[in-house]
Write a protein that binds this ligand. Structure first.
Ligand code: AMP
Ligand code: MG
Length: 349
């Protein structure tokens, strides 16, 4: 397939926005930037187009997709009912990185929900994504535009690596802002439950909604370094080619342990993923990458997947990654890192 790359700098470039939207309406695969990561978009009501997503990504069929919309009105057709808390969530967090799980209506295909009776919906805030979705005015399924299992794309270069020749259009809109995927919130029960931590934190939700929010047992298990079970979360995710290990605890002890391991195994090409505060604590590695400052976890989230892909580019064989506290955005960051490391964690240092 011939892939056309369209650079869009602003929503004033109406012809380009229209071209991307027309592609979606015609059942083509169109990659576009969102505020979280780049999305691989297709008409979410068109079975053939949806099948194209699974093929381009190599994504397991039972991993459900999120429908992306530009207008609250569009939700009405896709769900049985909007629970009162759902309306609050939409009013307070949309557009933005919050995905809501509600009971699905009949028009939502099984291939979107992975056979579940619920559907995931989100309204992105990225201006280009919003303009394309508004112009197309169809629900657009848009998982991350990476080959399944690889780190999600936060820069157009990542998309070109994974999707060139597999999609009709790639919209280049620069670096994505949040850098990790949306928070997935199940609002079908009495209490909202976070199924996947992401750009919107538990603290944000509880503060603005004024109610308690639970975290899914599988997500908690993931936080403890165990393998998660919720849909889609069970698959290998975000994995660099190298063998990666996560180290958490006192940062001086982390550096000591990492330096010790590097010294013990000098023949392996090794990278350390550190933070602004700890960059000068490591020695002997082949590549030292700064994920960002511990004072600004947004920076770390934004850089995370790019750091993992950089290790691949440099032919790194072993990666040692610093961990973060399970608090605020740290929860979403640790969720991604634990998966990138395939559960290989050294805790309590
Ligand atoms: P992504 O791959 O980032 O597009 O995110 C899709 C993820 O959203 C899936 O892997 C699930 O974890 C979650 N998801 C989507 N639909 C549902 C649903 N109906 N119920 C529960 N989780 C869902
Ligand atoms: Mg993904």
């Amino acid at each position: 397939m011939k892939t056309k790359v369209i650079e869009i700098h602003s929503i004033e470039e109406i012809d380009k926005i229209k071209e991307a939207a027309e592609g979606l309406k015609a059942g083509e695969l169109v990659v576009f930037p969102t505020e979280t990561v780049y999305g691989l978009g297709a008409n979410g009501l068109d079975e053939d187009a949806i099948a194209g997503i699974f093929e381009a990504k190599g994504r397991p069929k039972d991993n459900p997709l999120i429908l992306h919309i530009a207008d609250q009105e569009q939700v009405l057709d896709l769900v049985k009912i909007i629970p009162p808390i759902g309306q609050d969530c939409m009013d307070m967090f949309w557009p933005g990185p919050l995905t809501l799980i509600m009971e699905r209506s009949k028009i939502v295909p099984d291939s979107i929900t992975g056979g579940l009776e619920t559907v995931a919906i989100r309204m992105p805030s990225h201006s280009i994504a919003h303009a394309i979705l508004k112009e197309a005015y169809i629900p657009v399924a848009a998982p991350s535009a990476n080959t399944s299992g690889r780190p999600s794309p936060t820069r157009v270069e990542h998309v070109l690596e994974d999707m060139m020749g597999k999609v009709s259009i790639i919209v280049d809109g620069g670096i994505t802002d949040v850098g990790i995927e949306s928070t997935v919130l199940d609002i079908t029960g009495e209490k909202p439950v976070i199924l996947r931590p992401g750009g919107i934190t538990k603290e944000d939700l509880e503060e603005l909604l004024g109610i308690e929010v639970d975290t899914d047992q599988a997500t908690i298990a993931a936080e403890e370094g165990l393998v998660p079970r919720s849909p889609g979360q069970k698959y290998k995710h975000y994995a660099p080619k190298a063998e990666a290990t996560l180290f958490a605890g006192n940062l001086t002890n982390v550096a000591k342990e990492v330096n010790h391991r590097i010294a013990k195994n000098p023949s392996k090409k090794t990278a350390v993923l550190a933070t602004t505060e700890t960059m000068d604590m490591y020695q002997g590695m082949d590549l030292l990458i700064n994920m960002g400052s511990r004072e600004h976890l947004e920076e770390v989230a934004q850089n995370l997947f790019d750091c993992l892909r950089k290790c691949d580019e440099e032919g790194i064989e072993v990666i040692y990654v610093e961990g973060f506290e399970f608090q605020g955005l740290g929860v979403g960051i640790m969720n991604r890192l634990l998966k990138a490391c395939g559960g290989k964690v050294v805790l309590g240092l």
